[in-house]
Design a protein around this ligand. Sequence first.
Ligand SMILES: Nc1ncnc2c1ncn2[C@@H]1O[C@H](COP(=O)(O)OP(=O)(O)O)[C@@H](O)[C@H]1O
Ligand SMILES: [Mg+2]
Length: 286
Amino acid sequence: MSRTAILAGCAELPSGDGDDDAVVPALRELGFSVSWAAWDSDADFASADAVVLRATWDYASRRAEFLDWCESVPALYNPAGVVRWNTDKSYLAELLDAGLAVVPTALVSPGDTARFPSSDFVVKPSVGAGSRGAARFAAGADASSHVAALHAEGQTALIQPYQSSVDTEGELALVYLGGIYSHAFAKSAMLGSTMDDSGLFLSEKLAPAEPPAAAVALAEDVLDAASALLGILRAELLYARVDLVPGADGKPLLLELELTEPSLGFRQTDPAAAMRFASAVRQQLA
Ligand SMILES: Nc1ncnc2c1ncn2[C@@H]1O[C@H](COP(=O)(O)OP(=O)(O)O)[C@@H](O)[C@H]1O
Ligand SMILES: [Mg+2]
């Protein structure tokens, strides 16, 4: 049976940054005709059997337009409702309320006054990707103007204590395909690194990693809690990436749950991961 899959990128990177290259032949082996297209292009998304968000990194500045487009695509993965929830980092507060170990997060909406932590801290937009708009401040610094700049764009500001373990140990990203653990990779510290040539994201240094048991346990809890909040089964998430950092006590904390357009680290893991991804796409259509 021949089916069509479109991998969605953006105008600057219409066929991604290379991370997903191995996914294309894997999908073809499973019977898909595969193409890439920028999400805001005139490709025939309506008749594709699967439209898979992979590199739509420019949505942050046009989220409403992006979400409208998501709603218009009949077979979108992850689905539009998941994308709506996940493209605003306010979901971190919901996961915190659900009892999960999350990096302490204060949300400051336009009109509200920010209070800054007494340690080093980060201010970032609640809608953002690729580290854009995220800045690190020293303890005691006045970050009001950064908050004001985010508010002027209509953004809610997120304030978190800076997790200094990011500098020494980096982030751990656990990848789930169809709700099942697939692989993990490590990411070195981002803030202070350089912007990618495309200007869409900070360059990342990635390496394969074996997650400790505590990290896997937290990632599992995060997926269960997110699915419950979304009212879906874990298996309905074609892909999920759980980004963890060690807290001050060494125990993992959730920094971000990526359900929209995360790099999945296919170049940092075993070659079979691309086939697991393609198989998970088939599972969604079954
Ligand atoms: N609280 C924090 N402590 C340390 N580093 C942080 C913190 N928040 C963000 N960062 C750094 O900034 C990067 C981008 O922030 P993140 O929350 O992952 O947003 P996004 O990846 O969506 O832009 C992270 O990968 C991390 O390196
Ligand atoms: Mg991130």
